[in-house]
Design a binder for this molecule. Sequence first.
Ligand SMILES: [Zn+2]
Length: 63
Amino acid sequence: MDRKLKCPNCGAETRAEGNRYRPFCSRRCKLIDLGAWLGEEYTISSPITERDVSIKTQREEGD
Ligand SMILES: [Zn+2]
């Protein structure tokens, strides 16, 4: 099965199979989207620290 997705960040067509960054096409798009989301959160309140973000990033890279 070859399910196709559209990257929410850049709109590029990408596959779900074997895509660890789905629904994004790449790590870069995922991080951009995460950054945008965090940026919005910061304007409302600021419970998320930079340390939390770096921990998540390290987990993804350590696979
Ligand atoms: Zn993308």
